[in-house]
Design a protein around this ligand. Structure first.
Ligand SMILES: C[S@@+](CC[C@H](N)C(=O)[O-])C[C@H]1O[C@@H](n2cnc3c(N)ncnc32)[C@H](O)[C@@H]1O
Length: 290
């Protein structure tokens, strides 16, 4: 069962028949040092993003195999990337971003944490010229695609994924989707306004307004030639994911480590994690690891 607050948003979305217009992000590439710092803080240990990173991290780990070369599209400060790199030391990761500010923070984080299976690349994710056809085993991306300027760039990015991914490769792409009601957008943006920097709340609000529609994602997913499926909650398309089938049963050994991270979350984050699992389960997406 979803929490009462989420059930209320679901009801509102169910009875909203129009959809708010998309407003592209004011900062497509995140280069403003204050905003980058606020975003980074929200993601590190105990930040409001912790349950989101845990949920997506488990899903990413499910589409990886030992020995893979995996890329993280628009890796930002490398919080998500670092989490999966730590749990999958036998996978080689490349984090890709276009922001020098973000890449600098990501580089320092990787050094501090001693991840020797992670490298970084400065590139536009809709034009992965540095990567050859069929050169990677897995592609993932979290909470970033809404930074692309328009649906044409979203489709270009998915075409690039299809080009660089080897046959049988893994895909996990998660992002916000555009809600129907402005009140639902306000609810999510200001949900934790009292315990996070104002800049992060604003960043979140802009992200929800910039989210692509489910229809935009459906059109982009068609470029993946059936290699992954779109999972979009019908009633409340707050977040969605494009995921391929799990590629290795070996990843089941990571369950205890992920359970320990979940157990250490504060109560409100545990509720968020439960809501995320419920929302995606209703959309038909399963994760065997969390
Ligand atoms: C909200 S952050 C998400 C970071 C990370 N994936 C996470 O889950 O925390 C979005 C990132 O997308 C990057 N970005 C925006 N447009 C991009 C593009 N066309 N190519 C590469 N990176 C881009 C921004 O610089 C920023 O670091």
């Amino acid at each position: 069962m979803p929490s009462l607050a989420i059930a209320r948003v679901m009801l509102r979305e169910l009875f909203t028949f129009s959809q708010v217009e998309r407003e592209p992000e004011p900062d497509l590439v995140m280069d403003d040092p204050d905003k980058v710092a606020a975003y980074t803080r929200a993601g590190r240990v105990d930040g409001v993003m912790a349950p989101v990173y845990l949920f997506h991290g488990a899903n990413i780990l499910e589409i990886l195999k030992p020995g893979d070369r995996a890329i993280d599209l628009a890796c930002g400060p490398a919080t998500q990337l670092g989490m999966v790199a730590e749990l999958a030391p036998e996978v080689n990761f490349t984090g890709i971003d276009l922001s020098d500010e973000m890449l600098g923070i990501a580089e320092r984080y990787i050094q501090e944490r001693g991840y020797d299976n992670v490298s970084l690349l400065r590139s536009d994710i809709s034009r992965l010229q540095a990567l050859e056809d069929n050169s990677v085993d897995a592609v993932f991306s979290t909470m970033a695609l809404h930074h692309l300027p328009d649906p044409a760039h979203l489709e270009a990015t998915f075409r690039e994924i299809s080009r660089v991914l080897r046959p049988g490769g893994g895909i996990y792409l998660a992002d916000f989707a555009r809600l129907r009601s402005p009140a639902s957008i306000q609810y999510f943006a200001y949900q934790y306004a009292d315990r996070q920097p104002e800049l992060f709340t604003l960043d979140y609000l802009y992200s929800l307004k910039a989210a692509f529609s489910v229809a935009d994602f459906r059109a982009a997913t068609a470029h993946l030639d059936g290699r992954a499926r779109l999972y979009a909650p019908h009633v409340m398309p707050f977040m969605l994911a494009v995921k391929s089938a799990a590629r290795s049963t070996e990843q089941a050994r990571l369950r205890p480590a992920l359970a320990a991270i979940a157990a250490a979350l504060p109560p409100n984050h545990k509720t968020d994690l439960k809501d995320l699992k419920t929302i995606f389960r209703l959309a038909g997406m399963k994760c065997g690891l969390v």
